[in-house]
Design a protein around this ligand. Structure first.
Ligand code: UGA
Length: 469
């Protein structure tokens, strides 16, 4: 099938590359000529596993890059809109990019095609797209609008696309559903998974995926409600972690206990320094705004957001409680991205924490496997960026783990112990078992679990207490 994907950001690029891998002819459209030239030259604007491989595979045959939306839309059977929907000052989604794409597509509707919203948009956006296309002269019976939300996580977006838990298509007609069924047929029939060159299957993936057909409004709501529910799960466990800290319980054990209930499930129950990224914070605000406009005061979402912000402040308080005063202290920071596996720092709690630490007078030595270049654009120049986790630990008063990168969970702890000025590790992502740390002579502070003190520091604490007494 010939498909145009409009917007070569993170969603558009992954979607286009995966459609090409399914066998479709894809035109990736963007109005940023510089970006297009870079993509044509094989450069990758984002850090995403398997994406360079897929673009490399199809760059010369099944994927074309174009600045000409009208021609791309005219030539294809389905146009996927994947442009940005950034938040406005009052938290609503700015739909002006979506509208301008719809306006331009209207001149290209000369035979039946499906216009699919892939960007995360509020409910009823599909109806607006239809209205705009008709207002600009298209024949109402020559096209259908569909909503096909994405559930891609940054860092695993390619495998999330090719091995989805479900594919949701919101449609207005059976004809339109037929087009989308055909688009995803290589996945739903299982054919893709028999290929020798298929992207490897992740452990948990159930194949073939289920295609869920709904109305467009339902599909639009499924996207917002899914993200809001996941964020709520994270805030819930963060709140439970705070109680664990007060009563001396272990949140990991609590999670095991509640996650074993199949109605709750164990995933997205990792406490930490709060969620970030370009999706949850923005989508929660947008969903809140949508609800308000519909006359529903969705206060639960306010609380989810409040707990999330509070979690960062609680972590900073923990750093203070371990180091006492912060002015002049040197801290090693592991992780700047909003989560592991990506170079994205948008709404990253790690970045916000580094800013807090700097404000309090700390000297920060930071390391991130992928996000340092982006971090340099937003953090003050006083931050020292180093080449690896061990350099970040060298001479530091404490080592802080702020992003759940896999490589941070397998550090040579004896080496870390030898490099730190004091053997203190404060982990905002619970990457280690506390006894693992104390066995290496490190005192370890994590989220929702009792502090684990190294033998020598226990003695130090006792002496301190005696001295104070
Ligand atoms: C999220 C959703 O997971 C995707 O399904 C969705 O398609 C995407 O938003 C989107 O709307 O485009 P993403 O933002 O890439 O994906 O990242 P997640 O893996 O969901 O993590 C979000 C944040 O939550 C990160 O800061 C992460 O560190 C944090 N998190 C996640 C936790 O603190 N605890 C957890 O248990 C899981």
């Amino acid at each position: 099938m010939r498909i145009a994907v409009v917007g070569s950001g993170y969603v558009g690029l992954v979607t286009g590359a995966c459609f090409a891998d399914l066998g479709h002819e894809v035109t990736l459209v963007d109005n940023d000529e510089q970006k297009l030239s870079a993509l044509r030259a094989g450069e990758m604007p984002i850090h995403e596993r398997f994406l360079p491989e897929l673009i490399g595979r199809h760059r010369w045959n099944r994927i074309r890059f174009s600045g000409d939306l009208k021609t791309a839309a005219r030539e294809c059977e389905a146009v996927f809109i994947a442009v940005g929907t950034p938040p406005t000052d009052d938290g609503e989604a700015d739909l002006s990019y979506v509208e301008s794409v719809a306006r331009e597509i209207s001149g290209a509707v000369d035979r039946y095609k499906v216009v699919v919203e892939k960007s995360t948009v509020p409910v009823y956006t599909s109806q607006w797209i239809r209205t705009v296309i008709i207002r600009n002269g298209a024949n109402p019976s020559a096209f259908d609008i569909a909503s096909n939300p994405e559930f891609l996580r940054e860092g695993t977006a390619v495998t999330d696309f090719l091995y989805p838990d479900r594919i949701v298509v919101g449609v207005e007609s059976e004809k339109c559903a037929g087009v989308l069924r055909e688009v995803y047929a290589p996945l739903t029939s299982g054919e893709y998974y028999t290929r020798a060159d298929a992207i490897p299957r992740p452990d948990r993936a159930q194949i073939p995926p289920r295609l869920i057909v709904t109305s467009t409004q339902s599909a639009e709501l499924i996207k917002h409600a899914s993200n809001a529910f996941l964020a709520m799960k994270i805030s819930f466990i963060n709140a439970v972690a705070s109680i664990c800290e007060s009563v001396g319980a272990n949140v990991q054990q609590v999670c095991e206990g509640i996650g074993a209930d199949s109605r709750i499930g164990p995933r997205f129950l990792n406490p930490g320094i709060g969620y970030g990224g370009s999706c949850f914070p923005k989508d929660l605000m947008a969903f809140r705004a949508v609800a308000k406009e519909c006359g529903y005061d969705f206060r639960l979402l306010d609380e989810v957001i409040r707990i999330n912000e509070d979690q960062r402040h609680r972590f900073l308080k923990k750093v203070r409680s371990v180091l006492w005063t912060l002015r002049g202290k040197q801290v090693g920071v592991l992780g700047l991205a909003f989560k592991g596996g990506t170079d994205d720092i948008r709404e990253s709690p790690a970045i916000l924490l580094v800013q807090d630490l700097l404000r309090e007078g700390c000297r920060v030595c930071a390391y991130d496997p992928a996000a340092m270049e982006r971090a340099k654009e937003v953090l003050p120049s006083s931050v020292d960026y180093v080449a690896d986790p061990y350099e970040a630990a060298t001479g530091a008063d404490a080592l802080l783990i702020l992003t759940e990168w896999e490589e941070f969970s397998s550090l040579d702890l004896a080496r870390v112990r030898g490099l730190l000025k004091y053997p203190l590790v404060i982990d905002g992502r619970n990457l280690y078992h506390p006894t693992q740390m104390t066995e290496q002579g490190l005192s370890y502070y994590s989220v929702g679990r009792p502090a684990a003190l190294a033998e020598n520091s226990k003695a130090g604490m006792r002496e301190d207490k005696r001295e104070r007494a």
